[in-house]
Design a protein around this ligand. Structure first.
Ligand SMILES: N[C@@H](CCC(=O)N[C@@H](CS)C(=O)NCC(=O)O)C(=O)O
Length: 279
Protein backbone atom coordinates (compact mmCIF):
# COMPACT_ATOMS: atom_id res chain seq x y z
CA UNK A 1 0.00 0.00 0.00
CA UNK A 2 1.30 3.41 -0.96
CA UNK A 3 0.33 6.47 1.08
CA UNK A 4 -0.83 9.17 -1.35
CA UNK A 5 -1.97 11.89 1.08
CA UNK A 6 -2.17 12.46 4.80
CA UNK A 7 -3.98 15.31 6.54
CA UNK A 8 -4.58 15.84 10.22
CA UNK A 9 -8.23 16.82 10.77
CA UNK A 10 -10.22 17.41 14.00
CA UNK A 11 -7.49 15.58 15.94
CA UNK A 12 -7.78 12.47 13.73
CA UNK A 13 -6.41 11.72 10.27
CA UNK A 14 -7.61 11.69 6.68
CA UNK A 15 -5.39 9.46 4.55
CA UNK A 16 -5.45 8.27 0.94
CA UNK A 17 -3.79 5.05 -0.19
CA UNK A 18 -3.18 3.37 -3.53
CA UNK A 19 -2.81 -0.41 -3.77
CA UNK A 20 -2.74 -3.11 -6.42
CA UNK A 21 -6.11 -4.85 -6.24
CA UNK A 22 -6.32 -8.55 -7.05
CA UNK A 23 -10.08 -8.28 -7.43
CA UNK A 24 -10.24 -5.44 -9.96
CA UNK A 25 -6.81 -6.19 -11.45
CA UNK A 26 -5.71 -2.57 -11.38
CA UNK A 27 -4.48 0.01 -8.89
CA UNK A 28 -7.25 1.25 -6.61
CA UNK A 29 -7.24 4.38 -4.45
CA UNK A 30 -9.28 4.66 -1.26
CA UNK A 31 -9.55 7.19 1.55
CA UNK A 32 -9.84 6.54 5.27
CA UNK A 33 -10.74 8.85 8.13
CA UNK A 34 -9.34 7.65 11.45
CA UNK A 35 -10.78 9.34 14.57
CA UNK A 36 -8.57 10.62 17.36
CA UNK A 37 -9.31 7.55 19.52
CA UNK A 38 -7.56 5.40 16.89
CA UNK A 39 -4.29 7.32 17.49
CA UNK A 40 -3.86 5.41 20.74
CA UNK A 41 -4.42 2.10 18.97
CA UNK A 42 -8.02 1.65 20.16
CA UNK A 43 -9.97 -0.50 17.70
CA UNK A 44 -12.77 1.56 16.19
CA UNK A 45 -15.80 0.51 14.08
CA UNK A 46 -15.85 1.37 10.37
CA UNK A 47 -18.49 2.98 8.18
CA UNK A 48 -17.98 2.11 4.51
CA UNK A 49 -19.14 5.00 2.31
CA UNK A 50 -20.01 4.34 -1.34
CA UNK A 51 -20.15 7.39 -3.60
CA UNK A 52 -22.27 8.10 -6.66
CA UNK A 53 -21.77 8.53 -10.38
CA UNK A 54 -18.68 10.52 -11.45
CA UNK A 55 -17.18 10.42 -7.93
CA UNK A 56 -13.87 9.20 -6.54
CA UNK A 57 -12.77 8.61 -2.94
CA UNK A 58 -12.46 12.40 -2.60
CA UNK A 59 -16.01 13.77 -2.92
CA UNK A 60 -17.27 12.53 0.43
CA UNK A 61 -14.11 13.39 2.32
CA UNK A 62 -14.03 16.95 0.98
CA UNK A 63 -17.73 17.81 0.96
CA UNK A 64 -19.73 15.79 3.50
CA UNK A 65 -18.52 17.58 6.64
CA UNK A 66 -18.47 14.27 8.50
CA UNK A 67 -15.17 14.46 10.39
CA UNK A 68 -16.16 16.29 13.56
CA UNK A 69 -19.11 14.09 14.43
CA UNK A 70 -17.34 10.87 13.31
CA UNK A 71 -14.48 11.86 15.61
CA UNK A 72 -16.83 12.44 18.55
CA UNK A 73 -18.49 9.08 17.95
CA UNK A 74 -15.13 7.32 17.42
CA UNK A 75 -16.02 5.96 13.96
CA UNK A 76 -13.58 5.41 11.09
CA UNK A 77 -14.89 6.05 7.57
CA UNK A 78 -13.58 4.30 4.46
CA UNK A 79 -14.41 5.66 1.00
CA UNK A 80 -13.44 3.52 -1.99
CA UNK A 81 -13.38 4.71 -5.60
CA UNK A 82 -16.53 4.15 -7.70
CA UNK A 83 -14.96 1.95 -10.39
CA UNK A 84 -11.69 0.39 -11.49
CA UNK A 85 -9.46 2.83 -13.38
CA UNK A 86 -6.32 2.82 -15.51
CA UNK A 87 -5.12 2.52 -19.10
CA UNK A 88 -6.39 -1.03 -19.58
CA UNK A 89 -9.78 -0.51 -17.98
CA UNK A 90 -12.55 -0.19 -20.59
CA UNK A 91 -14.92 2.77 -20.34
CA UNK A 92 -18.40 3.36 -21.75
CA UNK A 93 -18.05 3.39 -25.54
CA UNK A 94 -19.38 6.97 -25.62
CA UNK A 95 -17.51 7.89 -22.39
CA UNK A 96 -20.88 8.67 -20.78
CA UNK A 97 -20.86 9.60 -17.08
CA UNK A 98 -23.33 6.85 -16.09
CA UNK A 99 -21.48 3.71 -17.22
CA UNK A 100 -17.86 2.55 -17.11
CA UNK A 101 -15.30 4.75 -15.34
CA UNK A 102 -16.81 6.36 -12.23
CA UNK A 103 -19.90 4.14 -12.56
CA UNK A 104 -19.05 0.61 -11.41
CA UNK A 105 -22.44 0.10 -9.70
CA UNK A 106 -20.92 -2.10 -6.95
CA UNK A 107 -21.48 -5.39 -8.82
CA UNK A 108 -19.35 -8.08 -10.42
CA UNK A 109 -19.64 -7.68 -14.19
CA UNK A 110 -20.02 -10.83 -16.25
CA UNK A 111 -20.03 -9.25 -19.72
CA UNK A 112 -16.92 -8.62 -21.82
CA UNK A 113 -15.04 -6.34 -21.99
CA UNK A 114 -16.06 -5.23 -18.46
CA UNK A 115 -15.84 -8.50 -16.50
CA UNK A 116 -12.05 -8.47 -16.06
CA UNK A 117 -11.85 -5.26 -13.99
CA UNK A 118 -15.40 -4.30 -12.99
CA UNK A 119 -15.64 -6.46 -9.85
CA UNK A 120 -16.60 -3.75 -7.40
CA UNK A 121 -18.93 -5.99 -5.36
CA UNK A 122 -16.13 -8.35 -4.33
CA UNK A 123 -13.74 -5.44 -3.91
CA UNK A 124 -15.98 -3.57 -1.46
CA UNK A 125 -17.38 -6.60 0.40
CA UNK A 126 -14.20 -8.68 0.69
CA UNK A 127 -10.83 -7.30 -0.45
CA UNK A 128 -11.14 -3.79 0.97
CA UNK A 129 -12.34 -4.76 4.48
CA UNK A 130 -9.58 -7.39 4.68
CA UNK A 131 -7.01 -4.76 3.77
CA UNK A 132 -8.46 -2.21 6.22
CA UNK A 133 -8.69 -4.73 9.07
CA UNK A 134 -5.09 -5.87 8.50
CA UNK A 135 -3.55 -2.39 8.40
CA UNK A 136 -5.51 -0.09 10.71
CA UNK A 137 -6.67 -0.14 14.35
CA UNK A 138 -10.25 -1.06 13.47
CA UNK A 139 -12.64 -3.64 14.83
CA UNK A 140 -14.79 -5.95 12.73
CA UNK A 141 -17.87 -3.82 13.43
CA UNK A 142 -18.93 -2.47 10.03
CA UNK A 143 -21.76 -0.35 8.69
CA UNK A 144 -22.46 0.68 5.12
CA UNK A 145 -23.82 3.87 3.60
CA UNK A 146 -23.73 5.70 0.30
CA UNK A 147 -25.23 8.20 -2.10
CA UNK A 148 -27.25 7.66 -5.29
CA UNK A 149 -25.42 4.85 -7.19
CA UNK A 150 -23.55 4.37 -3.88
CA UNK A 151 -26.89 4.29 -2.06
CA UNK A 152 -27.84 1.44 -4.36
CA UNK A 153 -24.51 -0.18 -3.43
CA UNK A 154 -25.07 0.29 0.30
CA UNK A 155 -28.60 -1.16 0.16
CA UNK A 156 -27.73 -4.17 -2.00
CA UNK A 157 -24.40 -5.04 -0.39
CA UNK A 158 -25.90 -4.57 3.08
CA UNK A 159 -28.96 -6.71 2.33
CA UNK A 160 -26.87 -9.50 0.78
CA UNK A 161 -24.25 -9.49 3.53
CA UNK A 162 -26.38 -8.96 6.60
CA UNK A 163 -23.93 -10.83 8.82
CA UNK A 164 -21.01 -8.59 7.79
CA UNK A 165 -22.68 -5.24 8.59
CA UNK A 166 -24.69 -4.00 11.56
CA UNK A 167 -26.71 -1.27 9.83
CA UNK A 168 -27.42 0.23 6.41
CA UNK A 169 -28.15 3.76 5.33
CA UNK A 170 -28.42 5.67 2.09
CA UNK A 171 -28.88 9.17 0.71
CA UNK A 172 -30.94 9.54 -2.47
CA UNK A 173 -30.37 5.90 -3.46
CA UNK A 174 -31.25 4.19 -6.73
CA UNK A 175 -33.62 1.72 -5.06
CA UNK A 176 -34.98 -0.16 -8.07
CA UNK A 177 -32.30 -0.20 -10.80
CA UNK A 178 -34.19 -2.81 -12.88
CA UNK A 179 -36.79 -0.13 -13.55
CA UNK A 180 -34.95 3.18 -14.08
CA UNK A 181 -32.73 4.40 -16.94
CA UNK A 182 -29.41 4.55 -14.99
CA UNK A 183 -30.01 1.05 -13.62
CA UNK A 184 -31.19 -0.58 -16.84
CA UNK A 185 -28.16 0.76 -18.71
CA UNK A 186 -25.76 -0.48 -16.01
CA UNK A 187 -27.33 -3.87 -15.34
CA UNK A 188 -27.69 -4.77 -19.02
CA UNK A 189 -24.18 -3.53 -19.84
CA UNK A 190 -22.41 -5.30 -16.96
CA UNK A 191 -24.66 -8.37 -16.51
CA UNK A 192 -26.33 -8.90 -19.89
CA UNK A 193 -29.97 -8.70 -20.91
CA UNK A 194 -31.27 -11.71 -18.92
CA UNK A 195 -33.13 -9.95 -16.10
CA UNK A 196 -32.97 -12.95 -13.78
CA UNK A 197 -29.32 -11.96 -13.28
CA UNK A 198 -30.33 -8.47 -12.18
CA UNK A 199 -32.38 -9.44 -9.11
CA UNK A 200 -29.44 -9.69 -6.72
CA UNK A 201 -28.52 -6.10 -7.56
CA UNK A 202 -31.87 -4.49 -6.94
CA UNK A 203 -32.78 -3.49 -3.36
CA UNK A 204 -36.52 -3.52 -4.05
CA UNK A 205 -36.37 -7.06 -5.46
CA UNK A 206 -34.07 -8.29 -2.69
CA UNK A 207 -36.56 -7.17 -0.05
CA UNK A 208 -39.56 -8.34 -2.08
CA UNK A 209 -37.99 -11.81 -2.46
CA UNK A 210 -36.70 -11.83 1.15
CA UNK A 211 -33.13 -12.31 -0.03
CA UNK A 212 -31.43 -11.41 3.24
CA UNK A 213 -30.14 -13.48 6.14
CA UNK A 214 -31.60 -11.10 8.73
CA UNK A 215 -33.21 -7.65 8.58
CA UNK A 216 -30.77 -4.84 9.40
CA UNK A 217 -31.82 -1.39 10.59
CA UNK A 218 -32.07 0.75 7.42
CA UNK A 219 -32.22 4.55 7.20
CA UNK A 220 -32.87 6.27 3.86
CA UNK A 221 -32.92 10.05 3.40
CA UNK A 222 -34.22 11.61 0.19
CA UNK A 223 -34.49 15.29 -0.78
CA UNK A 224 -37.81 16.38 -2.26
CA UNK A 225 -36.10 18.85 -4.67
CA UNK A 226 -33.79 16.18 -6.14
CA UNK A 227 -33.72 16.42 -9.99
CA UNK A 228 -33.41 12.64 -10.23
CA UNK A 229 -36.25 11.77 -7.85
CA UNK A 230 -39.03 10.91 -10.31
CA UNK A 231 -37.07 9.29 -13.12
CA UNK A 232 -34.20 7.49 -11.39
CA UNK A 233 -34.59 7.18 -7.61
CA UNK A 234 -38.29 6.50 -6.87
CA UNK A 235 -37.98 5.67 -3.14
CA UNK A 236 -41.71 4.86 -2.95
CA UNK A 237 -40.92 1.45 -4.46
CA UNK A 238 -38.66 0.70 -1.49
CA UNK A 239 -41.25 1.96 1.00
CA UNK A 240 -43.91 -0.29 -0.55
CA UNK A 241 -41.93 -3.54 -0.37
CA UNK A 242 -40.57 -2.71 3.10
CA UNK A 243 -44.12 -2.22 4.38
CA UNK A 244 -45.27 -5.44 2.70
CA UNK A 245 -42.39 -7.47 4.16
CA UNK A 246 -42.27 -5.67 7.48
CA UNK A 247 -38.63 -4.71 6.78
CA UNK A 248 -37.25 -2.16 9.32
CA UNK A 249 -36.88 0.75 6.88
CA UNK A 250 -36.95 4.33 8.07
CA UNK A 251 -37.45 6.48 4.94
CA UNK A 252 -37.48 10.25 5.42
CA UNK A 253 -38.36 12.77 2.74
CA UNK A 254 -36.36 15.95 3.38
CA UNK A 255 -38.17 19.06 2.25
CA UNK A 256 -36.37 21.25 -0.31
CA UNK A 257 -33.06 19.34 -0.49
CA UNK A 258 -31.46 18.47 -3.86
CA UNK A 259 -29.15 15.67 -5.01
CA UNK A 260 -25.89 17.34 -4.00
CA UNK A 261 -23.44 17.06 -1.12
CA UNK A 262 -25.21 20.09 0.45
CA UNK A 263 -27.95 17.58 1.31
CA UNK A 264 -25.49 14.97 2.57
CA UNK A 265 -23.71 17.59 4.72
CA UNK A 266 -27.09 18.45 6.26
CA UNK A 267 -27.99 14.88 7.27
CA UNK A 268 -24.67 13.06 7.74
CA UNK A 269 -24.75 13.65 11.51
CA UNK A 270 -28.09 11.85 11.74
CA UNK A 271 -26.74 8.92 9.70
CA UNK A 272 -23.53 8.63 11.73
CA UNK A 273 -25.50 8.63 15.01
CA UNK A 274 -27.85 6.00 13.55
CA UNK A 275 -24.92 3.70 12.72
CA UNK A 276 -23.19 4.40 16.07
CA UNK A 277 -26.29 3.11 17.86
CA UNK A 278 -26.11 -0.26 16.07
CA UNK A 279 -22.39 -1.16 16.10
N1 LIG B 1 -25.72 15.33 -13.84
C1 LIG B 1 -24.52 14.90 -13.18
C2 LIG B 1 -24.80 13.55 -12.61
C3 LIG B 1 -23.73 13.12 -11.71
C4 LIG B 1 -24.08 13.36 -10.27
O1 LIG B 1 -25.04 14.08 -9.89
N2 LIG B 1 -23.31 12.73 -9.45
C5 LIG B 1 -23.57 12.77 -8.04
C6 LIG B 1 -23.73 11.32 -7.61
S1 LIG B 1 -25.00 10.53 -8.58
C7 LIG B 1 -22.37 13.36 -7.30
O2 LIG B 1 -22.18 13.08 -6.13
N3 LIG B 1 -21.55 14.17 -7.96
C8 LIG B 1 -20.31 14.66 -7.44
C9 LIG B 1 -20.36 15.75 -6.41
O3 LIG B 1 -21.42 16.40 -6.23
O4 LIG B 1 -19.31 15.97 -5.74
C10 LIG B 1 -23.41 14.84 -14.20
O5 LIG B 1 -23.74 14.83 -15.39
O6 LIG B 1 -22.21 14.83 -13.83
Amino acid sequence: MELVASNKVVGGWHKRYRHASQTTQCDMTFAIFLPETANSGKQVPVLYWLSGLTCTDENFMQKAGAFKIANELGIAIVAPDTSPRGENVPDDEHTAYDFGLGAGFYLNATQPPYHTHYQMYDYVVKELPNLIENHFPVSKARAISGHSMGGHGALTLGLRNATRYSSISAFSPIVHPSACPWGIKALSGYLGDDKTHWQNHDAVLLIKNKQYARPLPMLVSQGTADNFLEEQLQPWHLQKVATEQNYPLQLEMCDGYDHSYFFIASYIEKHLKFHAKHF
